[in-house]
Design a protein around this ligand. Structure first.
Ligand SMILES: Cc1cc2nc3c(=O)[nH]c(=O)nc-3n(C[C@H](O)[C@H](O)[C@H](O)COP(=O)(O)O)c2cc1C
Length: 202
Protein backbone atom coordinates (compact mmCIF):
# COMPACT_ATOMS: atom_id res chain seq x y z
CA UNK A 1 0.00 0.00 0.00
CA UNK A 2 1.11 3.55 -0.74
CA UNK A 3 -0.21 6.48 1.28
CA UNK A 4 0.32 10.22 1.38
CA UNK A 5 0.80 11.82 4.81
CA UNK A 6 0.62 15.61 4.94
CA UNK A 7 1.64 17.55 8.03
CA UNK A 8 0.37 21.11 8.41
CA UNK A 9 0.88 23.90 10.92
CA UNK A 10 -1.80 23.01 13.46
CA UNK A 11 -0.74 22.14 16.98
CA UNK A 12 -0.13 18.43 17.52
CA UNK A 13 3.07 17.41 15.72
CA UNK A 14 3.05 14.37 17.98
CA UNK A 15 0.00 13.09 16.07
CA UNK A 16 2.03 13.18 12.86
CA UNK A 17 5.02 11.58 14.53
CA UNK A 18 3.01 8.69 15.97
CA UNK A 19 1.11 8.21 12.70
CA UNK A 20 4.37 7.90 10.75
CA UNK A 21 5.89 5.58 13.39
CA UNK A 22 2.89 3.24 13.34
CA UNK A 23 2.66 3.24 9.55
CA UNK A 24 6.35 2.32 9.39
CA UNK A 25 5.92 -0.44 11.98
CA UNK A 26 2.76 -1.86 10.42
CA UNK A 27 4.53 -3.59 7.54
CA UNK A 28 1.43 -2.79 5.46
CA UNK A 29 2.80 0.34 3.80
CA UNK A 30 5.56 0.18 1.20
CA UNK A 31 5.78 3.89 0.49
CA UNK A 32 4.79 7.01 2.43
CA UNK A 33 4.62 10.20 0.40
CA UNK A 34 5.35 12.88 2.99
CA UNK A 35 4.44 16.54 2.44
CA UNK A 36 4.97 19.24 5.06
CA UNK A 37 3.86 22.85 5.12
CA UNK A 38 6.38 25.48 6.16
CA UNK A 39 4.51 26.18 9.41
CA UNK A 40 4.39 22.45 10.18
CA UNK A 41 8.18 22.50 10.43
CA UNK A 42 8.04 25.49 12.79
CA UNK A 43 5.46 23.76 15.02
CA UNK A 44 7.50 20.54 14.95
CA UNK A 45 10.49 22.46 16.30
CA UNK A 46 8.44 24.30 18.93
CA UNK A 47 6.55 21.25 20.17
CA UNK A 48 9.07 18.42 19.77
CA UNK A 49 12.43 20.06 19.11
CA UNK A 50 12.42 18.26 15.75
CA UNK A 51 15.14 19.40 13.36
CA UNK A 52 13.53 18.63 10.03
CA UNK A 53 14.80 20.02 6.73
CA UNK A 54 12.19 19.82 4.00
CA UNK A 55 13.00 17.13 1.46
CA UNK A 56 16.01 15.82 3.40
CA UNK A 57 15.10 12.16 3.93
CA UNK A 58 17.91 11.67 6.44
CA UNK A 59 16.35 14.15 8.89
CA UNK A 60 12.95 12.46 8.80
CA UNK A 61 14.48 8.97 8.97
CA UNK A 62 16.39 10.04 12.06
CA UNK A 63 13.21 11.53 13.58
CA UNK A 64 11.42 8.21 13.02
CA UNK A 65 14.32 5.99 14.09
CA UNK A 66 14.56 4.48 10.59
CA UNK A 67 17.87 3.53 8.92
CA UNK A 68 19.47 6.60 7.31
CA UNK A 69 19.15 5.00 3.84
CA UNK A 70 15.50 3.91 4.31
CA UNK A 71 13.38 4.61 1.24
CA UNK A 72 10.03 4.13 3.05
CA UNK A 73 9.39 7.86 3.34
CA UNK A 74 9.60 9.94 0.17
CA UNK A 75 9.51 13.58 1.17
CA UNK A 76 8.12 15.86 -1.53
CA UNK A 77 8.61 19.60 -1.60
CA UNK A 78 5.48 21.65 -0.92
CA UNK A 79 5.93 23.61 -4.12
CA UNK A 80 6.50 20.57 -6.32
CA UNK A 81 3.15 20.26 -8.06
CA UNK A 82 4.68 17.66 -10.38
CA UNK A 83 5.25 15.17 -7.53
CA UNK A 84 3.41 11.82 -7.78
CA UNK A 85 0.62 12.67 -5.25
CA UNK A 86 -0.39 15.59 -7.51
CA UNK A 87 -1.73 13.20 -10.13
CA UNK A 88 -4.77 10.96 -9.97
CA UNK A 89 -3.07 8.50 -12.31
CA UNK A 90 -0.52 7.73 -9.58
CA UNK A 91 -2.02 4.75 -7.71
CA UNK A 92 -2.29 5.02 -3.95
CA UNK A 93 -4.76 4.16 -1.20
CA UNK A 94 -5.38 7.69 0.03
CA UNK A 95 -4.14 10.50 2.20
CA UNK A 96 -4.02 11.57 5.83
CA UNK A 97 -3.57 15.21 6.80
CA UNK A 98 -2.32 15.13 10.37
CA UNK A 99 -2.63 17.54 12.05
CA UNK A 100 -4.80 19.57 9.68
CA UNK A 101 -4.88 23.34 10.19
CA UNK A 102 -7.94 25.44 9.52
CA UNK A 103 -5.97 27.11 6.73
CA UNK A 104 -5.40 23.85 4.87
CA UNK A 105 -8.98 22.75 5.64
CA UNK A 106 -10.28 25.95 4.04
CA UNK A 107 -8.04 25.68 0.99
CA UNK A 108 -9.16 22.10 0.32
CA UNK A 109 -12.82 22.95 0.98
CA UNK A 110 -12.65 25.82 -1.50
CA UNK A 111 -11.09 23.71 -4.22
CA UNK A 112 -8.68 26.59 -4.86
CA UNK A 113 -5.50 25.09 -3.47
CA UNK A 114 -2.07 26.56 -4.04
CA UNK A 115 0.40 23.92 -2.86
CA UNK A 116 1.06 20.17 -3.10
CA UNK A 117 -0.89 19.36 0.08
CA UNK A 118 -4.00 21.07 -1.28
CA UNK A 119 -3.58 19.51 -4.71
CA UNK A 120 -2.99 15.98 -3.35
CA UNK A 121 -6.09 16.25 -1.14
CA UNK A 122 -8.14 17.50 -4.09
CA UNK A 123 -6.89 14.61 -6.22
CA UNK A 124 -7.67 12.10 -3.47
CA UNK A 125 -11.27 13.32 -3.36
CA UNK A 126 -11.77 13.44 -7.11
CA UNK A 127 -10.45 9.89 -7.44
CA UNK A 128 -12.85 8.68 -4.74
CA UNK A 129 -9.99 7.62 -2.45
CA UNK A 130 -9.97 7.91 1.31
CA UNK A 131 -9.03 11.37 2.64
CA UNK A 132 -8.70 11.66 6.42
CA UNK A 133 -8.36 15.13 7.94
CA UNK A 134 -7.20 15.18 11.57
CA UNK A 135 -8.40 18.72 12.19
CA UNK A 136 -7.21 20.73 15.18
CA UNK A 137 -8.36 24.10 16.46
CA UNK A 138 -10.36 25.25 19.43
CA UNK A 139 -12.94 26.68 19.50
CA UNK A 140 -14.20 26.20 15.95
CA UNK A 141 -15.87 29.14 14.24
CA UNK A 142 -18.73 28.81 11.76
CA UNK A 143 -16.34 28.93 8.78
CA UNK A 144 -14.34 25.98 10.16
CA UNK A 145 -17.51 23.99 10.79
CA UNK A 146 -18.96 24.74 7.36
CA UNK A 147 -15.68 23.74 5.71
CA UNK A 148 -15.73 20.44 7.59
CA UNK A 149 -19.32 19.76 6.55
CA UNK A 150 -18.52 20.63 2.96
CA UNK A 151 -15.58 18.23 2.88
CA UNK A 152 -17.51 15.47 4.62
CA UNK A 153 -20.16 15.78 1.90
CA UNK A 154 -17.40 15.57 -0.72
CA UNK A 155 -16.28 12.24 0.76
CA UNK A 156 -13.57 13.21 3.25
CA UNK A 157 -13.44 11.79 6.77
CA UNK A 158 -13.22 14.48 9.44
CA UNK A 159 -11.36 12.99 12.38
CA UNK A 160 -10.93 15.71 15.01
CA UNK A 161 -7.85 15.49 17.20
CA UNK A 162 -9.97 14.58 20.22
CA UNK A 163 -8.78 11.26 21.65
CA UNK A 164 -10.85 9.14 24.01
CA UNK A 165 -9.93 8.24 27.56
CA UNK A 166 -11.77 4.95 28.05
CA UNK A 167 -8.60 2.91 27.54
CA UNK A 168 -7.16 4.71 30.58
CA UNK A 169 -4.03 6.15 28.97
CA UNK A 170 -1.07 6.58 31.30
CA UNK A 171 1.21 8.41 28.90
CA UNK A 172 0.75 11.12 26.27
CA UNK A 173 1.80 8.55 23.65
CA UNK A 174 -1.01 6.19 24.70
CA UNK A 175 -3.48 9.06 24.53
CA UNK A 176 -2.27 10.17 21.11
CA UNK A 177 -2.24 6.60 19.80
CA UNK A 178 -5.95 6.27 20.53
CA UNK A 179 -6.56 8.92 17.90
CA UNK A 180 -3.85 7.69 15.53
CA UNK A 181 -5.27 4.14 15.53
CA UNK A 182 -8.69 5.53 14.53
CA UNK A 183 -7.00 7.17 11.54
CA UNK A 184 -5.16 3.95 10.59
CA UNK A 185 -8.46 2.04 10.85
CA UNK A 186 -9.74 4.15 7.97
CA UNK A 187 -7.19 2.41 5.73
CA UNK A 188 -7.25 -1.03 7.34
CA UNK A 189 -3.65 -0.57 8.49
CA UNK A 190 -2.93 -2.99 11.36
CA UNK A 191 -1.81 -1.54 14.68
CA UNK A 192 -1.26 -2.74 18.24
CA UNK A 193 -4.53 -3.42 20.00
CA UNK A 194 -5.35 -2.10 23.44
CA UNK A 195 -7.48 0.91 22.65
CA UNK A 196 -10.43 -0.89 21.05
CA UNK A 197 -13.63 -0.88 23.05
CA UNK A 198 -14.59 -4.45 23.93
CA UNK A 199 -17.92 -3.62 25.53
CA UNK A 200 -18.98 -3.26 29.13
CA UNK A 201 -21.76 -5.20 30.85
CA UNK A 202 -24.07 -3.04 33.02
C1 LIG B 1 2.82 27.06 17.40
C2 LIG B 1 1.65 27.20 16.45
C3 LIG B 1 0.49 26.50 16.68
C4 LIG B 1 -0.60 26.61 15.81
N1 LIG B 1 -1.73 25.87 16.07
C5 LIG B 1 -2.75 25.90 15.19
C6 LIG B 1 -3.87 25.04 15.38
O1 LIG B 1 -3.96 24.27 16.33
N2 LIG B 1 -4.84 25.06 14.44
C7 LIG B 1 -4.79 25.88 13.32
O2 LIG B 1 -5.70 25.83 12.50
N3 LIG B 1 -3.73 26.72 13.14
C8 LIG B 1 -2.71 26.74 14.03
N4 LIG B 1 -1.62 27.56 13.84
C9 LIG B 1 -1.66 28.51 12.72
C10 LIG B 1 -1.28 27.88 11.38
O3 LIG B 1 0.01 27.36 11.44
C11 LIG B 1 -1.38 28.95 10.28
O4 LIG B 1 -2.73 29.31 10.08
C12 LIG B 1 -0.77 28.48 8.97
O5 LIG B 1 -0.90 29.51 8.01
C13 LIG B 1 -1.45 27.24 8.44
O6 LIG B 1 -0.87 26.93 7.18
P1 LIG B 1 -0.66 25.43 6.73
O7 LIG B 1 -1.98 24.76 6.76
O8 LIG B 1 -0.13 25.56 5.32
O9 LIG B 1 0.33 24.81 7.64
C14 LIG B 1 -0.53 27.47 14.68
C15 LIG B 1 0.67 28.16 14.45
C16 LIG B 1 1.73 28.03 15.31
C17 LIG B 1 3.01 28.79 15.02
Amino acid sequence: MELTVAVTGASGTIYAHRTLLHLAASGAVERINLITSSTALVVARVEMGAKLAEGDARTVNEWLGLPADSKLVRWHRLDNLAAPPASGSHPQAGMIVVPCSMGTLGAVASGAGTNLIHRAADVTLKEGRRLVLVVRETPYNAVHLENMLRLDRAGARILPASPGFYHRPRTIEQLVDHLVFRALDQFGVPHPTGTQWKGEEP
